[in-house]
Design a protein around this ligand. Structure first.
Ligand code: HEC
Ligand code: HEC
Length: 332
């Protein structure tokens, strides 16, 4: 329904442009509605795509994909017209393949974009936003692009309106934890389904950190997953984190609703929330020989000689999110 009313409005806009003078009092409403549609495209892009296509990672920082403006530039180079541009982006995202790529260099450098399930309407909105609006680009990109292609219209479009969002520390922390969990989980499940548990171990070993870091850059926060029984010794909980883990264990056992723990100190929010196991986790955190296949056990013990993250059942506290971010300015 929402979508319908937006297209209806687009028709209205068209008509009002073509058919003589507009009445002044309907104009603000139309602008507000158009802004709402663009806001939706931008939010979708920032939550679904910036995990990997983040504009704020430096040129030689730990990037895992080209910034979105590079994608836009390459597609505009080939598809000048809006419909073709949107279709091109949608087709690639639906099933990334080397035959369809417009970005051979990126495929070579980062590997092919992992296939993920995104609702078609969401990809359309993102693609339309990309075409219609200027998007945030890293400082280095312009020179990089002009050296190679010399076309200064690579990021053409309207200037987006930035609508400040209301922010509260608890909601922000939950959002950071959930979005990071989602992206890790999605990639993990994808790898297990397409390549099996053994390759998924390699995925966790190599990609868990870059993906988490990239989310952290995206949200301008420090994001860690820590545990009282860490697999990777770098993920060991410190003394206060250990205490929170104990608190969460009691709460999870009691079966009630779980509230995050928040502390605010010197302009920073410290946010903690439990990471609880489900049956899928037992493929790698359950019992060797029972829920963990022998080939996976072998793989794990080679990568993590000091692995403590075994022997879990479903619905147990595997660890916690430990997230630090600046206290939002308008939170009080
Ligand atoms: C898990 C990381 C990841 C996420 C999330 C992701 N991408 Fe990508 N994407 C990549 C990588 C890596 C490349 C570069 C390699 C390639 O082109 O396949 C890429 C390339 C692309 C390309 C260019 C493809 C080509 O080669 O012609 C498009 C278009 C694209 N992404 C769109 C999107 C959109 C839209 C979203 C959000 C809905 C998104 N991506 C989310 C990793 C990701
Ligand atoms: C395919 C195997 C695999 C599956 C399935 C898996 N993990 Fe892991 N997990 C790993 C590996 C490998 C690491 C170490 C990653 C690293 O080196 O940073 C890890 C690390 C973690 C950590 C960080 C703390 C630590 O022990 O180093 C948490 C928390 C965690 N996993 C939770 C889960 C949860 C919850 C699930 C289910 C939703 C799950 N994992 C499913 C392999 C897996």
């Amino acid at each position: 329904m929402k979508y319908l009313s937006i297209s209806f409005l687009a028709v209205l806009l068209l008509f009002s442009c073509k058919q003589g003078p507009k009445t002044t009092d309907e104009e603000p409403l139309q602008i507000a509605q158009a802004n709402l549609a663009s806001e939706e495209g931008r939010t979708l892009m920032e939550t679904k795509c910036y995990v990997c296509h983040n504009p704020s990672v430096p040129e030689n920082g730990q990037r895992i994909a080209p910034p979105m403006v590079a994608v836009k530039a390459h597609y505009l180079d080939v598809y000048k017209e809006r419909g073709a541009f949107v279709k091109g982006i949608m087709e690639f995202v639906k099933s990334p393949s080397e035959e369809n790529t417009m970005m051979r260099g990126a495929v070579r450098r980062f590997g092919l974009m992992p296939a993920q399930q995104f609702p078609e309407e969401e990809i359309r909105k993102i693609a339309e936003y990309l075409y219609d609006y200027q998007i945030e680009e890293p400082d280095w990109f312009k020179e990089h692009w002009m050296d190679r292609r010399g076309d200064s219209l690579y990021n053409k479009g309207k200037k987006p309106t930035v609508v400040p969002k209301e922010q509260n520390p608890k909601e922000m922390g939950m959002k950071f934890a959930q979005e990071t969990q989602k992206i890790l989980g999605k990639n993990l499940m994808g790898t297990i389904q397409n390549k099996g548990v053994e390759d998924a171990v390699v995925f966790c070993n190599e990609r868990a950190y870059p993906l988490t870091d990239s989310m952290a850059t995206n949200f301008n926060a420090q994001i860690r997953r820590v545990s009282d029984k860490p697999r990777n010794p770098k993920n060991a909980a410190n003394a206060s984190e250990l205490a929170y883990i104990e608190t969460f264990k009691k709460e999870v056992d009691a079966g009630g609703p779980i509230e995050p723990i928040l502390k605010e100190e010197n302009g920073k929010v410290y946010f903690y929330y439990p990471i609880v196991t489900n049956s899928m986790c037992l493929n790698c955190h359950g019992t060797p020989g029972k829920t963990i296949q022998p080939n996976v056990v072998q793989h794990l013990s080679r990568l993590y000689p000091d692995d403590k993250a075994l022997g879990y059942n479903e619905n147990e506290v595997r660890g916690i999110w430990s997230i630090v971010f600046d206290t939002p300015k308008d939170s009080d």
